[in-house]
Design a protein. Structure first.
Lengths: 110, 120
């Protein structure tokens, strides 16, 4: 199972909005609404930010939102803050009853 | 609150074996699926395996199939990962993670990981 494709890096200024894309195939992202997004700060464990494409777990800021169109899912971070600087990973269930993560995106707050 | 504490990592020679454990607390362990996910040094996340809440179903990444076995002891709130025929590419920080549900595919809470180094 190949990793989902994400841009290596995305940057933005405080207060701006950024979008991170996650491209898969009809066998994973496009075929199921089981897309999640994780935030990982250096040396820390990943934190679930979005599940089932657009649902936010309790306690996650509403500045984080998710969507999907075809084989591409997106994470939108609005009102960018310094604390949002981290690595972000998408993930998806796959048709072979497995799970795959994206290649990861480093978000930099300018 | 949910706590997941991994242990059992260490240095092992290629071809060797290792058994990882994950002690869970703060939630009803027997009601949730559990995952193992690994991260090689400086690299991205790689899903390894999942086990359903009652141990009835287990699924593995192709890269570990046949060499790694996931199991759980619900009476002891503990998740395991038995790793055999280890290779250099298995070197990684191994995280255990709780799923959002009994039979879902959404790791939510993660432990801090245990480091496995495969080297001669």
């Amino acid at each position: 199972q190949s990793a989902l494709t994400q841009p290596a890096s995305v940057s933005g200024s405080p207060g701006q909005s950024i979008t991170i894309s996650c491209t898969g195939t009809s066998s994973d992202v496009g075929g199921y609404n089981y897309v999640s997004w994780y935030q990982q700060h250096p040396g820390k464990a990943p934190k679930l930010m979005i599940y089932e494409v657009s649902n936010r777990p309790s306690g996650v800021s509403n500045r984080f939102s998710g969507s999907k169109s075809g084989n591409t899912a997106s994470l939108i971070i609005s009102g960018l803050q310094a604390e949002d600087e981290a690595d972000y990973y998408c993930s998806s269930y796959t048709s072979s009853s497995s799970y795959v993560f994206g290649t990861g995106t480093k978000v930099t707050v300018l | 609150q949910v706590q997941l504490v991994e242990s059992g990592g260490g240095v092992v020679q290629p071809g060797g074996s290792l058994r990882l454990s994950c002690a869970a607390s703060g939630f009803i362990f027997s009601s949730y699926g559990m995952h193992w996910v690994r991260q090689a040094p400086g690299k991205g996340l790689e899903w390894v395996a999942i086990i359903r809440y009652d141990g009835s179903n287990k699924y593995y990444a192709d890269s570990v199939k046949g060499r790694i076995t996931i199991s759980r002891d619900n009476s002891k709130n503990t998740l395991f990962l038995q790793m055999n025929s280890l290779r250099g590419e298995d070197t990684a920080l191994y995280y255990c993670a709780k799923d959002l549900s009994a039979s879902g595919w959404h790791p939510d809470y993660w432990g801090q990981g245990t480091l496995v180094t495969v080297s001669s």
